[in-house]
Design a protein around this ligand. Sequence first.
Ligand SMILES: [Zn+2]
Length: 568
Amino acid sequence: MPLQINLKKNRLTFNSRGKKIGNGYGVDGMSKPKIIIFFCLAILIVGTASVVSCLKTEQKFDLVIKNGLVFDGSGNPWFRADIGISDRKIASIKERIDPGKAARVIDASGLAVAPGFIDIHTHADRDLLEISGCENYVSQGVTTLVGGNCGGHDFPLAELFSGLEKKGLACNFASLAGHNTIRRLVMGMKMESPTAEELARMKDLLRQEMKAGAVGLSTGLAYLPGTYAGTEELVELGSVLSESGGFYASHIRNQGQRITEAIEEAITVGEKNGIPVQISHIKLADENVWNQPERITAPVEAARARGVEVTLDQYPYTATSSGFTSSLPQDVFEGGREKFLERLQNQEIYARVKQAVIKNRLTSNRGIDKLETIYIAGSRKFPEYEGRNLKQILELKGLPATVENGADLIIDMVKEGDVSAVFFQMDEKDVETLMRLPYVMVGSDGSLQVPGQGSPHPRSYGTFTRVLGQYSRERKIISLEEAIRKMTSLPAQTMRLKDRGMIREGYYADLTVFDPLQVKDLATFAQPHQHSQGIVHVLVNGQTVLENGSFTGQRPGMIIRGSGYKKI
Ligand SMILES: [Zn+2]
């Protein structure tokens, strides 16, 4: 009977003369010494394989997180598992990993283990060079920041990225390329459509930034000079993303009575180019449209039904924060700052500007005293205004608290530039309604903070922990699993990240370990510079940047570049 050894099917075998004898698995026709050699070889191979597999089961981890409740980012109910981390990545997720196999162990008994939160909407940008510890974000469990939002980015990105890589970062960073930045470089503050040549130059600059690793294009159509751009210009620029990949994020033209058409404009840019659309910091920011969420859901859901990928981000507060320029008629800024100041000398123009400010910012059909709803967040010129509302500032100046005086005050501050304010202009019910939508993710719209400096919107310190603590645990607006999905896999999917945003073997070990019973934001409008409670450990690329609630000083963050990135 011919000798046959079945090792593995479909493996090519050779006869003694080295001739291929097919896909079989026999050693037919061998002489006795050759059979002995064959067996010796087989034993050697099997032996080596078992040593390899033995080494595999003896795998050592850099770190093991034990006994945690794993919220994997998918939105599925949590499960109990140990997580082994090696070489920056999640190497193993098992019911039990022997702690003897770990160089270090974190005991997460009773704690939630989630993917590190991805903040798809920040204004971190250049400040990262100074505030490389990202403390106000890390302390709320955020491991990845996306900058370049609302039309403004740090140009050129290649330089910023290499500067940040040299400096080292506690968190990961990705950036969009901003339309306002690009338009200003090409056209200055011209209030007109671009010529063919100007448009071509803008597209070239956008291509350059996509090659540098931008993850998409952002617009800020309520800001200068983006407000001067028409839809066609945006569609043309969006075509660059069809070539390189990336998403279109828009601070839309209007978040009040014309919000539906503003959303439709963003959808047009995405639909004509076949690219994903992200509507930034979604809100109903005008009392005249409060409690009318269909103004948002109708255009978004109709577009999704047509196959246009539209998603949104939101921060969990009823106040916005920005400067005052969007409260003025936009034509007065044409040509730049000098021209603006010149125009204000003209009494007629001043009166028109003042009326617009009163109408846009200081009028209420609901009898709300708007002077009490606007707080100054930061101003280098008027530090005494910080933390005070307009009414309090007028009192400080010994002026009657009238809307006329309020408008003059606003115009004075715009003339000085460099003023940011907090506007209470949303309804809590709408914040909750929007949060329940499955295609709405969490994004802070905040920036990096120096403790104690100014009186910023608390979203920079508490967005993520506020959703986890107040909206999920306390008020049960969404489940904890859903809250985490909105902070992790949903933004990762929008950005097409294939190795972050979930707890999966092979993914980067960006992890947030927190106490689900304690997690809570502490930053308030009156006292914004407060880190959250309940975030215990934060890991970025496998290294702890927050350990037992304290910053470690490590800088393991990476620059995350988009699919259009071309190494020079
Ligand atoms: Zn914005």
